[in-house]
Design a protein around this ligand. Structure first.
Ligand code: HEM
Length: 397
């Protein structure tokens, strides 16, 4: 792969295989049994214990190990940088998205969830993807970062353009990603200039970044753009996808849904267990800079790329008992939903709080929601697993 190539076509076969599967879990679990595959300079890792090792190994580079991607020629911060530079940025960003900083957002998320439900509750039916899963995290995130909520549609087009690009060939998809990425950069150059002139004391993420210093200096414009570019798709897409997977699962398992209606203390463990099974972000890419011995005869060679399948690690039968069973009592057993190690998700505290608050509010207002026709659900497993058509019915209120 050259610096100019954004997609690694060597990763495509597995993604294409699961593309629109409603239940890819058994496939992933069998792959984990098999442990790994090595084709054309890529080692695909399926097992939890192997992936844990490479995720924190100092000789492994992250997603940006061989150049930028997602329609931006510069490495996205912090996803596509490594080593000391990566540490420096995480030191700045971690507290901005820490649990204490996220907690005050809960009330606002609950109010917004209620307003969205008000719009469809009298109809006794809704498409939870379009009517709830898209607007709730997107509006929450725009408010948190301090981007204008009236531009929501623009940001949604951007994230769809870079995460779910249209096109039949790699070249077409890359071209479409670059167009979407270019528009966002243009938007943020103008918007950051306006925000620099804004004298009002604000506490949103952009305001905090504009006030912050790195290496004793204000953050440079290009670095700010590369942070905002990543945040705008990481924050907008993943929670939508996770919510859609959770609702689709509970809507098809009414007894488990009823357990949660009756006992909300189960929510954190139930959410963790459903997202383990669903794995909204199925995989990531890594690069080995030296030989790495993973034991039992598997040595990753310097220069090889690694396709780490978080979704397989999450249903790895050598790591979990009965991995294909969704068992809320598995509770807080570690999983790979947010990856692990160096590039572990920056937004996990925000994401978990959003998932819990949103589900709680749905269970309060439409406790008997079901998926009446499961065959009408539409799953898209490319890049991020999402239920893009999610018709549910419930007793109208
Ligand atoms: C349930 C929702 C989410 C899931 C499942 C998820 C999952 C992940 C995964 C698997 C990674 C590792 C990617 C890789 O290395 O290839 C990651 C990284 C990241 N996530 Fe999330 N994420 C979620 C929500 C969010 C949110 C709301 C934000 C917004 C702040 C966010 C920001 C990031 C960032 C900035 C990184 C890169 C971290 C680094 O490279 O150091 N994520 N996420």
């Amino acid at each position: 792969m050259t610096q100019a190539t954004k997609f690694d076509p060597r990763l495509a076969p597995i993604t294409q295989h699961v593309k629109s599967m409603a239940s890819p879990q058994a496939f992933y679990s069998e792959k984990a049994e098999q442990r790994f595959e090595r084709v054309n300079g890529v080692v695909t890792l399926y097992r939890f214990d192997d992936i844990i090792k490479i995720n924190r190994h100092p000789a492994i580079l992250g997603n940006g190990g061989q150049g930028g991607s997602f329609g931006n020629d510069n490495p996205l911060i912090p996803l596509e940088i490594d080593g000391e530079d990566h540490k420096k940025w995480r030191k700045l960003l971690d507290p901005i998205f820490g649990p204490k900083q996220m907690a005050p957002l809960e009330a606002q998320i609950r109010t917004l969830a209620g307003e969205l439900i008000d719009k469809f509750i009298s109809q006794g039916a809704a498409d939870l993807h379009d009517d709830f899963c898209v607007p709730l995290p997107s509006l929450t995130f725009l408010r948190l970062v301090g981007a204008p909520i009236e531009d929501l549609d623009f940001f949604i087009d951007f994230k769809n353009g870079v995460i779910h690009p249209e096109g039949d060939t790699v070249e077409e998809m890359e071209a479409n990603m670059a167009v979407a990425g270019g528009k966002l950069l243009e938007y943020f150059v103008k918007f950051l200039a306006e925000r620099r002139q804004d004298t009002e004391q604000k506490d949103d993420v952009i305001a905090v970044l504009l006030r912050s210093e790195v290496d004793g200096k204000p953050i440079e414009e290009l670095d700010l753009l590369n942070i905002m570019f990543l945040l705008m798709f990481a924050g907008l897409d993943t929670v939508t996808s996770s919510l859609s997977c959770i609702f689709a699962w509970l809507g098809q398992h009414p007894e488990e849904r009823d357990r949660l209606v009756a006992d909300r203390s189960l929510l954190p463990a139930a959410i963790e267990e459903i997202v383990r099974y669903e794995s909204p972000v199925p995989s990531g890419q890594r690069f080995a800079t030296e030989d790495i011995d993973l034991g039992d005869g598997l040595v990753i060679k310097a220069g090889e790329a690694i396709h780490a399948i978080w979704a397989a690690a999450n249903v790895d039968p050598t790591h979990y008992d009965n991995p294909l069973e969704v068992d809320f009592s598995r509770g807080r057993a570690p999983n790979m939903v947010f990856a692990s190690g160096t590039h572990r998700c920056l937004g996990s505290h925000l994401a978990r709080m959003e998932l819990r608050t949103a589900l709680d509010e749905i269970l309060n207002r439409i406790p008997d929601f079901t998926v009446p026709e499961p065959e009408k659900l539409v799953y898209d497993n490319v890049s991020v697993r999402t239920v893009t058509k999610l018709p549910v019915s419930f007793t109208a209120g």
